[in-house]
Design a protein around this ligand. Structure first.
Ligand SMILES: [Zn+2]
Length: 351
């Protein structure tokens, strides 16, 4: 084969290949998120790491499907979302395409992690400083070059920021509870055993097991966690309220396990008094993954809810009087699920 023929062949293959890619991308069906929040995960299973959260109405392209999970791409990475919360939308018309691209771009927001930082005219420290940004400020990502990211400054202007100062949604810092103070109240303790479950299992002991896992999770996410008890220790309700008042946390979360004479009753419940928004975030987070279904958020007059001043919820994390549910409740994996859900519920609330 002559050299020119080779070049021509390679070139036409490249063109053909890129054409195929373009055509394929357009042919992927578009789905819309139907849940208020939808976790985007690394792998097609509910235990996999969450890399981002989509909101109702967000659209994705489905590139493949595997046991109820849709494969799509996020920031160039393969990610998966549960098909259960997706609805197929009619393929957009030509003139709607721009709008969709905009939506996709909007979801790629990045956030400034540190105090005031310089925004420059180009990707490097030798470029002129054209603006400053504050900690926590969010920008739409336009492009990347090396360690620098180009962000949208509005009015069709863009600027460049050192990439390591930013996080994209789903990354640890943006998804962080840093600077948040949480009072985690573990119900009962000492002479107060709480509910007694199947086989004489005591609520107070299960709460200690669960609560310590939850506390670790919240600390890992950057929160300052104050536990009302760290051992089998008796506290009155007033003492729990006083601890909350003294620390004045961003949220007060009381943990309990439920009981009922009918052993078939099951599910988790979020109780609240004033703070419906915190309760709703917790309910959504508990709905999302944990193995036990949610019974919803309900108003209640518990002392730890009515007498505390901070946003407060009381979580009943399942029925220890239901044999199959108790089995789940006693597992370490459930404690981890609950910890993840509480963390996510707080993140949603603080967002
Ligand atoms: Zn209880």
């Amino acid at each position: 084969m002559k050299f020119s023929t080779k070049v021509l062949l390679v070139l036409s293959l490249v063109i053909l290949f890129s054409m195929t890619l373009t055509v394929q991308a357009d042919e992927q069906p578009v789905y819309e998120v139907t849940a208020d929040y939808l976790n985007v995960r690394e792998k097609p299973n509910a235990d996999s790491t969450i890399v981002a959260v989509l909101s109702k109405g967000d659209q994705i392209r489905k590139f493949a499907e595997k046991s109820g999970w849709a494969k799509t791409f996020y920031d160039g990475e393969e990610v998966w979302v549960s098909m259960h919360f997706l609805k197929k939308v009619k393929q957009e018309k030509e003139n709607d395409k721009e709008k969709n691209t905009d939506t996709a771009k909007k979801s790629k927001k990045i956030k400034v992690n540190v105090g005031q930082i310089n925004i420059r005219s180009g990707p490097g420290v030798d470029h002129e400083i054209i603006d400053f940004s504050k900690k926590g400020e969010k920008f739409r990502l336009v492009s990347k070059q090396g360690d620098w990211v180009e962000v949208d400054l509005g009015d069709s202007k863009t600027g460049w920021i050192a990439g390591f100062l930013m996080t994209k949604p789903g990354e640890s810092k943006d998804n962080s509870l840093e600077g948040r103070k949480i009072v985690l109240d573990l119900g009962h303790g000492g002479k107060d055993a709480g509910a007694v479950g199947v086989g004489g299992v005591l609520e107070k002991n299960l709460l200690l097991d669960t609560g310590l896992v939850v506390a670790d999770k919240l600390k890992d996410a950057g929160a300052k966690v104050i536990l009302t008890r760290e051992k089998d220790h008796y506290l009155t309700l007033e003492e729990r309220v006083e601890i909350s008042k003294k620390h004045n946390p961003d949220a007060f979360v009381s943990l309990h396990y439920d009981s009922f004479y009918d052993s078939t009753v099951s599910g988790t419940t979020v109780f609240y008094h004033r703070d419906g928004e915190l309760a709703e975030s917790m309910k959504l987070a508990l709905d999302d993954d944990p193995s036990i279904k949610s019974r919803g958020a309900k108003k209640a007059l518990y002392k730890v809810l009515t007498n505390t001043k901070s946003p407060s919820v009381l979580l009943e994390l399942g029925f220890i009087t239901n044999p199959s549910e108790l089995e789940i409740i006693q597992s370490e994996s459930y404690h981890k699920e609950v910890a993840e859900a509480i963390k996510n519920g707080l993140l949603k609330y603080f967002d």
